[in-house]
Design a protein around this ligand. Structure first.
Ligand code: PLP
Length: 411
């Protein structure tokens, strides 16, 4: 009896991996350390000759169970979980890059990932930002020392969609590590493996956890990259199947050095939240689709950015690649409408940062999350001062429509 549906697999993952007392969830294991009756056994575990738990910074059964669920969702070979999405991204770069390396990144990037790249530039790693909606720009930026290409599936807040498949083919041909941040689409809408991604990132804080009650992040090894050709691996970690050498170094060295460990309580919250990912995404994406259709024909709205709209530059690609076009969109209002006043007139939609919550959230992007970046970098990312981003939740569609209608009618 095997169920193959996305949700069926998730719901029964813990139980099937053998949980004590027949518990239907993996329990929250809070112990930091693990006792062995025979000290030789402890040594064998440390030396990797026997599997087992040693110390909570690197391994924990509750976190392991969540990692297995994410691996299952992404159809990968292994996952490393971290305390936040940023910890997953930053630790991975620290574990795999060295001074003198070159990275190519999409210029349409989550603000903090942009900040991480700026930090890395000051540590001797060169970063070239390109318009990743066209593979030609990535190809043109490749140098002899290029190690890694980083893109997001649907960028936040302007919703540019990376040329995912073509960049995957390019990275494969050039033997470059292809890192895809799948936070916006989640493995329910899109699996990075389909674009031949080497490593897939997910901020678990967002849709996967789904309820804004726990922070977490993950990187999943797809098994497609040939690590035998990657120069920055230490010989200690080149053991076992070549397809997992990278994730081994990320876990054993990166997580140990950095210590940005996901706690067992957060892992539990995220795991329970992930059970309903498919249901929540269906509803939230449908809400976003309906709202963007309504807004794009409204006289008070200048622009709507959403890949599900036929006028979006990557609409065709998005409908081919993604099950739905996501639950996040941005708008620019007509000049006479103040974006702050508009947000204040919304009753249901909350003025708040974050995305992937069950509740709908709105934020004036240039004045908040992208404020520190400054006007010049914002201009290169196409972020206008009036841009408002909406991360739509799972409220009833009629209620959201009524809220937007009321807020737009008083102008
Ligand atoms: C939120 C987010 C992150 C970072 O995740 P945190 O859990 O907040 O650290 C990374 N990438 C994208 C696309 C995000 O939206």
């Amino acid at each position: 009896m095997t169920q193959s549906g996305f949700t069926s697999k998730l719901l029964h993952a813990d139980r099937r991996s053998g949980v004590q007392h027949g518990s239907i969830h993996k329990p929250i294991h809070t112990a930091v350390t693990y006792a062995y009756d025979d000290s030789r056994e402890l040594a064998a575990v440390f030396q990797g000759k026997q599997s087992g738990y040693t110390y909570g910074r690197q391994v924990n059964p509750t976190v392991d169970a969540l990692q297995n669920k994410i691996t299952m969702m992404e159809d990968g070979v292994a996952t490393a979980a971290f305390s936040t999405g940023m910890a997953a991204i930053c630790t991975t770069f620290f574990a795999l890059l060295r001074a003198g390396d070159h990275v190519i990144s999409s210029s349409f990037l989550f603000g903090n990932t942009n900040s991480v790249f700026k930090t890395f530039e000051s540590h001797g790693i060169e970063v070239t930002f390109v318009d990743a909606t066209n593979v030609a720009n990535v190809a043109a930026a490749i140098k002899e020392n290029t190690k890694l290409v980083f893109v997001e599936t649907i960028a936040n807040p302007r919703t540019q969609v990376a040329d995912l498949i073509n960049i995957g083919d390019l990275c494969e041909a050039q033997n470059l590590l292809y890192c895809v941040d799948n936070t916006m689409t989640t493995p329910y809408l899109f699996q990075g493996k389909r674009a031949k991604a080497s490593l897939v990132f997910n901020s678990l804080t967002k849709y996967i956890g789904g309820h804004a009650n726990a922070l977490g992040g993950a990187v999943t090894e797809t098994g497609l990259y040939d690590w035998s050709k990657f120069e920055n691996l230490y010989s200690n970690y080149k053991k076992g199947d070549v397809s997992s050498w990278g994730i081994t170094q990320i876990k054993k060295k990166g997580l140990r050095d950095f210590g940005a460990t996901l706690g067992p309580e957060a892992a539990h919250h995220i795991s329970i939240g992930s059970d309903t990912l498919a249901l929540r995404m269906e509803r939230a994406c449908e809400n976003a689709r309906t709202l963007t259709e309504y807004l794009s024909s409204h006289d008070s709205v200048k622009k709507v950015y959403y890949p599900g709209l036929s006028g979006h530059p990557q609409h065709q690609l998005s409908t081919e690649l993604f099950k739905h076009c996501g639950a996040l969109f941005s708008i620019e209002l007509n000049d006479e409408i103040d974006c702050f006043d508009f947000l204040n007139r919304l009753n249901l939609v909350i003025s708040a940062s974050n995305l992937g919550d069950t509740r709908s959230l709105g934020i004036p992007v240039a004045h908040t999350i992208y404020h520190e970046m400054g006007p010049e970098r914002r201009a290169t990312m196409g972020i206008d001062d009036s841009l408002v981003r909406f991360a739509i939740g799972i409220e009833e569609t009629e209620d959201l429509l009524a809220d937007f209608e009321a807020a737009l009618s008083v102008s």
